[in-house]
Ligand binder design. Structure first.
Ligand SMILES: NC(=O)c1ccc[n+]([C@@H]2O[C@H](COP(=O)([O-])OP(=O)(O)OC[C@H]3O[C@@H](n4cnc5c(N)ncnc54)[C@H](OP(=O)(O)O)[C@@H]3O)[C@@H](O)[C@H]2O)c1
Length: 286
């Protein structure tokens, strides 16, 4: 079991003022757990939680995730305030829709700062605590686009593929310390993700990609009719952690499952086709 049975568990959730993060925070507080919630806007978080949720076990923290010192201080504050840290959910993220050729260096850095550097900052601050207590659970919210890539999502996929790589390596590194790692792979969920507040667009476009402009509009139009329910998504994440058997990969949504299956099938076919040719580059051993 990752979670304590003799006290409320303490969770740290990043990107908490909207969407899946907000729903996680609300459900955890209703369960009676302690929650340190990082956000860029604590007022938005508190307003969104409203008066329906008892916030006495909430520690709202304003944190700029790419700022290592700020993250270290926030994780330390959370552990000190609650006297424990059990589960860390790296949830913060945003979309970016553009052709690879259209994506500027600043846009690349900004995405990777949040999805890779930010997560890494949280991990570096939290792991010593989890390792020493020999229990804990890291939940990294990736995407089905951390498994398979589609046109227009190159930068987002770069961030999520990186997150998957970090998470797989980490899972193997910390298993012996009693720390679990789960990668969450949602399909389309009805959060703010496809609104203009969350879906970033390139500062400059190239005329050669009208299909990407069309796809961008289609995604903005999809807002409000995505298949995934964030209430059920947050519950599935909490259940996976509470069960203690959280899988390495938690696929959420039938759309995600279908895309991931197609990727695995294509990869299998690719590997099968290379079975004879791959060994040709080996040194010949006698
Ligand atoms: N919804 C989907 O269709 C979908 C599908 C696959 C994966 N995901 C992933 O699920 C996670 C949650 O997204 P969501 O669907 O809940 O979207 P959302 O409603 O837009 O919420 C995203 C959260 O991430 C934080 N965030 C956004 N941009 C940020 C930035 N530049 N720096 C730091 N934090 C930032 C925000 O935190 P604050 O504003 O509180 O700071 C916000 O609460 C993300 O990692 C996303 O990539 C979502």
């Amino acid at each position: 079991m990752s979670l304590p049975s003799d006290r409320p568990s303490t969770w740290l959730v990043t990107g908490a003022s909207r969407g899946l993060g907000l729903e996680l925070v609300a459900q955890l507080l209703r369960r009676g757990d302690n929650v340190a919630a990082t956000t860029r806007a604590t007022d938005r978080l508190l307003l969104a939680l409203g008066t329906d949720v008892d916030t006495s076990r909430l520690l709202p923290l304003t944190v700029d995730l790419p700022d290592e010192a700020a993250v270290t201080e926030a994780v330390g504050q959370a552990a000190e305030h609650f006297g424990a840290l059990d589960v860390v959910v790296n949830n913060a993220g945003y979309g970016f829709l553009a052709a690879v050729e259209e994506t500027s260096p600043a846009e690349v850095r900004e995405m990777l700062d949040v999805q890779v550097v930010g997560v890494w900052n949280v991990l570096r601050a939290a792991l010593p605590i989890l390792r020493q207590q020999r229990s804990g659970h890291i939940v990294n919210v990736s995407s089905v686009l951390g498994l398979t890539a589609v046109p227009g999502w190159g930068l987002y996929c770069a961030g999520k593929f990186a997150l998957e790589g970090i998470s797989e390596a980490l899972a193997a590194e910390v298993a012996d310390f009693g720390v679990k790692v789960t990668i969450v792979e949602p399909g389309y969920f009805r959060t703010d993700f496809l609104t203009k507040d969350s879906l970033a667009l390139p500062t400059a476009t190239v005329d050669a990609y009208p299909s990407i402009r069309e796809m961008t509009q289609n995604h903005l139009d999809l807002q409000g009719s995505q298949l995934g329910d964030p209430v059920k998504g947050a519950t599935a994440i909490i259940d996976a952690v509470v069960d203690g058997e959280g899988p390495l990969r938690l696929v959420l949504g039938s759309d995600s499952h279908a895309y991931a299956t197609a990727k695995v099938d294509a990869l299998r076919a690719n590997l099968d086709a290379a079975a004879e040719s791959a060994p040709a580059t080996d040194h010949v051993t006698v």
